[in-house]
Design a protein around this ligand. Structure first.
Ligand code: G6P
Length: 371
């Protein structure tokens, strides 16, 4: 009923709007009085965490993209090699697992059969399993050695939104906790990132307050036959997620690419008027931002309609943008948290304008409990 949806037409829309609160809840109680990070359902000893020499993140769907972001953060902060794999591919390829491998299973529902089979396989091989999960007492956390609950609250819309964003938060917390235990970051560096995370609810609210601009864009593009998404570094998984949302909700052909890969194939798809969302990395000491700008110039020269998700007041982009979607200024590793929101709003609105059932897209299930 409308009451259950707080007066919104779709649970998904309501759940997108709940993200500032979901992120705040996901961060609640994670610091001790002395300021150190604590993860109460961690259950793995500090020694076990110090012994970890490889992490394999396994997940399906949107949760897999959260895993891709986790790789960028954990490798950078902890210097532990991280592989990310779709659970169904992992399970049947004879993966190399030892007692020092930490398998991180990301699953909103905690019931996805592919992910469950994968963690059972990992445990039989002697690896430790940590679940990042939104559903208390579900099967995957029950069968894991440790769990970080995401505290997003129940998610009804089949397409994950607040589930995803809190999976990102939990992944960052895991990375920071490992860095704390293993000593790969100083305490004040960890605190600085946690402080940045604590500013996220306000940033997310700013993005949601600007929803009408995104809804207008959805109305303009509702007859598009294909939409592309480009990103690089931590923005690459965001591009994949933006495309997935559009496919599953609006039934429009959509693909996400790593911007650096353009010249190796995808640029052949560019034609006059093709909408391309580009997640522009924040300006920084690295060259990510400038390299993205040159990719944008390349596609624009070939007629693409460029929709740039870019931090506000970036003077470099204006001349290459058909539309600018301003993002709050945040560090590159945390940018997925803010960059995904306009893409969620876009897919939700566009699907709704096309008359589709946003909460129950055709052929999809909230939780896939068969392999
Ligand atoms: C289904 C849902 C997706 C979800 C995926 C993984 O395919 O439609 O929205 O991302 O399962 O679900 P999980 O509960 O394991 O995160």
């Amino acid at each position: 009923s409308a009451a259950e949806k707080d007066g919104h037409d779709w649970f998904m829309r309501k759940e997108i709007y709940e993200q500032p609160q979901a992120v705040a809840d996901a961060l609640l109680g994670r610091r001790t009085p002395s300021g150190a990070l604590q993860l109460d359902e961690m259950r793995l000893s500090e020694q076990e965490l110090r012994d970890v020499d490889k992490i394999i993140v396994i997940a399906c769907g949107t949760a897999f993209y959260a895993g891709l972001v986790a790789k960028y953060a954990i490798e950078h902060w902890c210097r532990i090699p991280v592989e990310v794999e779709l659970a169904h591919e992992f399970r049947y390829r004879d993966p190399i697992l030892t007692a020092n491998t930490l398998v991180v299973a990301i699953s909103q529902s905690g019931e996805t059969a592919d992910t469950l089979q994968a963690i059972r396989h990992a445990r039989v091989q002697g690896s430790r399993v940590l679940a990042i999960c939104n559903t208390n007492g579900s099967t995957i956390p029950r069968e894991s050695d440790a769990v970080i609950y995401t505290h997003a609250g129940p998610e009804i819309g089949v397409a994950s939104t607040k589930g995803f964003i809190t999976q990102l938060v939990a992944s960052y917390l895991l990375g920071l906790y490992l860095a704390q235990v293993r000593g790969t970051m100083f305490g004040d560096e960890i605190t600085a990132v946690v402080n940045d995370l604590e500013e996220m609810p306000a940033h997310l609210q700013t993005l949601i307050d600007r929803k009408d601009e995104i809804y207008a864009l959805a109305a303009e593009l509702k007859d598009a036959r294909s939409v592309l998404f480009l990103g690089r570094h931590a923005g690459y998984p965001v591009a994949l997620e933006g495309a997935l949302k559009l496919k599953e909700l609006a039934y429009i052909h959509a693909e996400g690419f790593a911007a650096g890969e353009l010249k190796h194939g995808p640029i052949a798809l560019i034609e006059e008027g093709l909408p391309v969302f580009c997640v522009v990395p924040p300006r920084g000491r690295d060259q990510l931002h400038d390299k993205m700008i040159s990719a944008i110039q390349e596609i624009r020269a070939r007629g693409a309609r460029t929709l740039l998700l870019v931090e506000e007041d970036d003077p470099a982009v204006a001349s290459y943008a058909d539309s600018v979607i301003p993002l709050p200024r945040v560090p590159v590793l945390l940018q997925p948290l803010v960059a995904v929101v306009p893409l969620q709003l876009f897919a939700c609105e566009l699907a709704s304008l096309l008359g589709h059932d946003v909460d129950q897209p055709r052929n999809l299930a909230k939780s896939v409990t068969v392999e």
